[in-house]
Design a protein around this ligand. Sequence first.
Ligand SMILES: [Zn+2]
Length: 338
Amino acid sequence: MKATVIYGPRDVRFEEREDPKIIKPTDAIIRTSATCVCGSDLWTYRGIQRIAEPTPFGHEYCGIVEEVGSEVKSIKPGEFVIGSFFSSDNTCPHCHAGYQSSCVQKELVIGAQAPFLRVPLADGTLVATPDIPPDDLIPSLLTLSDVMGTGWFAAQAANVRPGSTAVVVGDGAVGLLGVLSANQMGAGRIIAMSRHESRQKLAREFGATDIVSERGDEGVARIKELTKGVGADSLLECVGTQESMMQAIGSTRPGGAVGFVGVPHGVQIKGEELFRTHVRLQGGPAPVRRYLPELIDLVWKRKINPGKVFDLTIPLNKVSEGYRAMDERRAIKALLIP
Ligand SMILES: [Zn+2]
C-alpha cells in the first residue's frame, strides 16, 4: 500500500510501505474509510516536536474491519468501527475509572493516514456503529476518533453545567467542538475566543453566544468585562501555549475549572500564582474511548454534526496539501479519503 510518512519539518510523503499485519492475537486490521490531519500533527510538521526517523503518521481513523487476531472476541470483520488514538484494554483500573488514554497497556495508534491500519487491543479500543453508516455520516464519525472526544473531555474537565458560562480558548477543530460540547452539556453562555471570521461563524453555528477576538491580557480583561468582573465558570483551553494557558487561567472565576487539552509546548505555571487563583485544573490526552458509545449515538441520531469542522476534502495521496493548508490556516481541518 501507499501511506503517509513524515520525514521532518514540512516534509510529508505518500510512499510505498508494507501492508500492516496482525502481530498480536489481540490486533485488528481495518480498511480506513476516512482519515484526517490533526492540529497536533502540526507540532511535528513545524519541527517543534522532533522525530528521530521517518515516521508513519496520522492517528484519527474509522473504517471497516478486514481481519482480527485469534483472541479478538467482540469486534468482527465487516463491521464499521471507530477507535481512539490510544489503544486500551478497557479492563485495567485506569480504564475502569474512565481514563482509557492512561491504560496500563496503552499504545499510540499511529500510521492512520493510510488505506490500512493495525489497531492493537481491538476489543478494548474499537467501538462498532449500529450498522454500516451512510457516506454523509462518515466525517462526523471520524471526528469521534479524536477532536470531538477531545472537545468533549475539555468541556467535562472544565465542569460545564447547565446554565454555566463557558469560555473556549482556541478556534481550531478541537476548540470549535469544545463549543459544540459545552452547548450539548447545557452551558447558558459560550464565549469563543477567535479572530478568524469563518471560524467565528462555525463557532456560532455550534452554539457560541459571544465572540472575543482579543488575546492575552486584553482577552482576559474582555472576559472579565463580559462576566461583570467575575470571570467564567468553565474554561476550555484548546491550544497549548503559554499565552493560551495563562489566558484560560486568568479568565476563570475563583472556584471555576480549566480543562486543558491543547498539547502543552513550553507551558510553565508558577505555583504561587496558581495557588492564589482558586482555579481547578484538569488536562491530558482525552479518554476518547470513554465517550465513543455516547457520541456515536448522538451522531447516528443526527443530533450533532461535528463533521462540519472539515472544510477541505482531498484524496489521501494528496496528504501533503492537507498539511500545508492547515499549517497556513487556510483550512480548519483536512479530510483525507483513501
Ligand atoms: Zn486499561
